[in-house]
Design a protein around this ligand. Structure first.
Ligand SMILES: NC(=O)c1ccc[n+]([C@@H]2O[C@H](COP(=O)([O-])OP(=O)(O)OC[C@H]3O[C@@H](n4cnc5c(N)ncnc54)[C@H](O)[C@@H]3O)[C@@H](O)[C@H]2O)c1
Ligand SMILES: N[C@H](C(=O)O)[C@H](O)COP(=O)(O)O
Length: 329
């Protein structure tokens, strides 16, 4: 069965439109529908010398296999024409409207999932919206608890989950408490089984402080907050281990026994996976009522409308969203 995925290109001045145009040239085992301004995609296709046929989507008909060189479109207008590489706060509402439309299409059952291109968080805030990323925004739109962010390589050989995401580093210790860590561990445990077929995943949990606190001599959160949360999760049948010193957690010996790593904060976990597999890693929202994947990179403004845009992560994000949709709700 062919599944239909909606694709939001994200920031119009960034490389998201390039990704949509280039990905449309490739074979896909899903039907792709771009939620975007058709003029933006047509302009970007012309700018990079790619032939693209845009066709209005009919959500009342069953999905059909993607035809390379064609792209289904669910049209929304930008406020102003986009200039590649130049952010314009006037188009921030358009970026969010595309996300809202994608959520609506998924919740109405018109699409089996959504794949998001990169947005620029600062320009959306500059336009007056409090916005820390898709993850929180989509949760609010779906009336869901904040989902858990996981980045995974396309082969699944490394999955990194974040216990805290887009908050200042100074706020991390205060955000780590028993109920929150219980929520993160429960979500990883249930969602890896439900969406990826990994029953009882082994989850390795990083400490917060150097050497996981060195028995309390280098910080107290590891012993007082993280260790009890892991023990309580074990009581609920979750195979979690830790807190483990983060400096050696990502060594091959440790990774060989892990289905997922839980890092305590954004830059404890993401540099590792982006170093290992930038452009073949996928950002996955665990715990949303809809399927949502994204790329592992940002708007790369200086590369918009150039030949240097790597589509690897977008290709992987589409494939993973299709696989998750096939696993069912
Ligand atoms: N999924 C998302 O929406 C997402 C993800 C990450 C960052 N962002 C946002 O993007 C904006 C810019 O972030 P940044 O500059 O830190 O990171 P970035 O990923 O845009 O750029 C980092 C480096 O990687 C390069 N790069 C990124 N994607 C590439 C691709 N597909 N092909 C070739 N080279 C690529 C860039 O040219 C740059 O050198 C920020 O607002 C950030 O919050 C959004
Ligand atoms: N933390 C992500 C990354 O570094 O790739 C990125 O900012 C995207 O976050 P959202 O999925 O919440 O937009």
């Amino acid at each position: 069965m062919t599944h239909r995925l909606v694709l939001t290109p994200g920031e119009p001045a960034g490389i998201g439109p390039d990704l949509a145009v280039r990905i449309a040239q490739q074979a896909q085992d899903v039907e792709l529908v771009a939620i975007a301004d058709p003029a933006l995609l047509a302009d970007r296709a012309r700018a990079i010398g790619v032939d693209l046929v845009l066709e209005p989507v009919d959500y009342d008909t069953p999905p059909v296999a993607h035809r390379p060189g064609h792209l289904k479109i669910d049209a929304l207008p930008m406020a102003r024409p986009a200039v590649a590489g130049q952010l314009d706060p006037a188009n921030a509402d358009y970026v969010l409207a595309c996300l809202d439309q994608a959520v609506a299409r998924c919740t109405a059952g018109h699409a089996a999932g959504m794949v998001t291109g990169p947005v620029h968080k600062a320009v959306i805030n500059q336009a007056g919206h409090v916005f820390s990323g898709h993850t929180g925004y989509l949760a609010a739109r779906c009336n869901a608890p904040t989902p858990v962010m996981m980045l995974a390589t396309d082969t699944g050989d490394l999955r990194v989950v974040l216990a805290t995401v887009h908050i200042p580093l100074s706020a991390v210790p205060g955000a780590l408490d028993g109920p929150h860590l219980a929520y993160v561990l429960d979500t990883v445990h249930t969602q890896l089984a439900r969406r990826f077929g990994i029953t009882r995943p082994r989850i390795l949990v990083a400490g917060l402080n150097p050497h996981a606190g060195e028995n309390g001599y280098l910080g107290h959160e590891d012993d007082e907050i993280i260790a009890p949360a892991i023990a309580a999760a074990n009581q609920r049948g979750i195979d979690a281990v830790g807190p483990l010193p983060a400096d050696t957690l990502f060594t091959p010996h440790q990774l060989a026994r892990a289905d997922a790593i839980v890092a305590m904060y954004h830059d404890q976990g993401l540099p590792v996976i982006k170093h290992a597999a930038f452009s073949r890693t996928v950002n996955i929202s665990l715990g949303l009522p809809i399927v949502r994947t994204s790329v592992d990179h940002g708007t790369a403004l200086s590369l918009a409308a150039t030949a240097d845009v790597d589509t690897g992560s977008m290709t992987a994000a589409i494939r993973v969203a299709g696989d998750m949709a096939r696993h069912g709700a």
